[in-house]
Ligand binder design. Structure first.
Ligand SMILES: Nc1nc2c(ncn2[C@@H]2O[C@H](COP(=O)(O)OP(=O)(O)OP(=O)(O)O)[C@@H](O)[C@H]2O)c(=O)[nH]1
Ligand SMILES: [Mg+2]
Length: 152
């Protein structure tokens, strides 16, 4: 169980460039008890990953609420431009699965997120979402940099 927030750092190399993106990952607890306090960490969120459990309908049904909480803590406009993914976790529990890939991706699309799934336990499918987020952020960074270079 995560108490409040854990900070992790992960470095992702961007292919065909000499760049790498260092992700500062604020792993926030899913306990509602911390909600008010967590939003303090979310003001400057650049990318978003929501993890749900494919063996739990309740988990999938809570995703919109979490996304709304994060988006509400962002400045105007940032909510629609912040790259985000939804990760359906625990695909190793095949017999207990209740959330289909279709349901996961439909919800993700509705919320403007890209859907991935896999198993943290089995180390399956867990690199791809980080890679996509680092890549998206790198693109945004380059776009911003080009507009600054134009002004300078
Ligand atoms: N079978 C299986 N179990 C998993 C997987 N990922 C996590 N678990 C188990 O699920 C339980 C909850 O995992 P946590 O990592 O604490 O979940 P969390 O969402 O971070 O929980 P909070 O931080 O308390 O909000 C633990 O017992 C994990 O061992 C997975 O991919 N497969
Ligand atoms: Mg946790």
């Amino acid at each position: 169980m995560t108490f409040g927030v854990d900070l992790n750092v992960k470095t992702v190399s961007i292919p065909d460039t000499n760049d790498s993106v260092e992700l500062f990952i604020y792993d926030s607890s899913g306990q509602e008890f911390y909600n008010d306090w967590l939003s303090r960490y979310w003001h400057e969120v650049n990318i978003l990953m929501v993890v749900c459990d494919v063996t739990s309908e309740l988990s999938l049904n809570s995703v919109s609420q979490w996304v709304a909480l994060v988006h509400n803590s962002l400045p105007d406009k940032a909510a629609s431009t912040t790259p985000g993914v939804l990760f359906g976790n625990k695909t190793d529990l095949v017999d207990r699965r209740v959330v289909s890939p279709k349901a996961g991706s439909a919800l993700a699309e509705k919320l403007g997120l890209v859907y991935f799934e896999g198993s943290a336990k089995e180390n399956q499918g867990i690199e791809e979402p980080f890679f996509l987020l680092a890549h998206e952020w790198h693109k945004l960074y380059n776009e911003k940099k080009s507009s600054f270079d134009l002004i300078a």
